[in-house]
Ligand binder design. Structure first.
Ligand SMILES: Cc1ncc(COP(=O)(O)O)c(C=O)c1O
Length: 257
């Protein structure tokens, strides 16, 4: 499923691993319609459906639950990239019946980069094949993490940092955290709309045309939004754009309530 840089990159990775890729595409900046995935599966099927939950390159959320249901109906496994979504928006791999899902420590979990939480269903593990990569060999990784048998040297400091970040997530409460990210998304959008600026991507075909603004984890706070909007207003006015003083910050403050 390709509607942004990270979806396109996944398609490239599958190709590099020797897979035959059929792309279901949507315009960058628009979510994929699960019916298009269903139609593609009806027309030839697939072993695996690969989808990015939150396409960081454009800020778009894809309907993973519906795409996973379409895949299940056609006996395809589902792999979800939840690098940006985990900790920032609802993600329920069990209820959505997702076969494999990975994330990153550095986005909405707010830990340092360098770790990738990952889960599999027994259904996915049953279809395991010998792995050419020593480092991604799940059998060896499982023996290492669960059986304590040497495989590689762990970055122990990162694990401690992730543990601390997860404690902070737990203290805030997952649902409160989701609501905070959603609310600040709306506040920023309200502020930018006051300047007639659309939030979007700055990668791939949209590079140089739009900016990306990251509001994740500890950075998803009103002060980040207000500083950004104030700075944008200053730049826009300096470069000769007719902007009402306080237009963006005013709209954001109103949205904050
Ligand atoms: C949706 C998505 N997938 C994958 C990645 C790649 O993560 P990393 O840079 O940690 O390899 C990113 C990074 O921004 C991402 O946003």
């Amino acid at each position: 499923v390709v509607n942004g840089y990270f979806g396109a990159r996944l398609a490239e990775m599958v190709t590099r691993y020797g897979g035959e890729v059929r792309r279901v595409e949507a315009e960058w900046g628009r979510a994929i319609d699960a019916r298009a995935v269903r139609a593609a599966l009806e027309d030839g099927g697939a072993d695996l459906v690969v989808v990015v939950h939150a396409e960081t390159s454009t800020g778009v959320q894809n309907p993973v639950r519906e795409i996973a249901a379409a895949a299940r109906a056609h006996d395809a496994l589902v792999l979800v990239d939840a690098v940006t979504s985990l900790g920032g928006m609802p993600l329920d791999v069990a209820a959505w019946d997702v076969d494999a899902c990975y994330s990153g420590s550095q986005k909405c979990l707010g830990a340092p980069s360098g770790l990738a939480p990952i889960v599999f269903t027994p259904r996915a593990l049953a279809r395991r094949v010998p792995c050419r990569s020593f480092y991604l060999d799940l059998g060896l990784l499982q023996e290492y993490w669960v059986g304590r048998k040497y495989h590689h040297t762990i970055a122990a400091t990162l694990v401690y940092a992730l543990r601390e970040a997860l404690t902070i997530v737990e203290e805030e409460g997952l649902e409160t955290r989701w609501a905070r990210h959603e609310r600040h998304h709306r506040v920023l959008t309200a502020g930018l709309e006051a300047f007639n600026i659309e939030v979007g991507a700055g990668m791939g075909p949209l590079a140089g045309k739009v900016w990306r603004v990251g509001l994740m984890g500890a950075g998803s706070v009103p002060s980040s939004i207000l500083i950004l909007l104030g700075a944008l207003e200053h730049i826009l006015r300096q470069t000769g754009h007719a902007v009402q003083p306080g237009a963006g910050t005013g709209a954001a403050l109103e949205a904050l309530g």
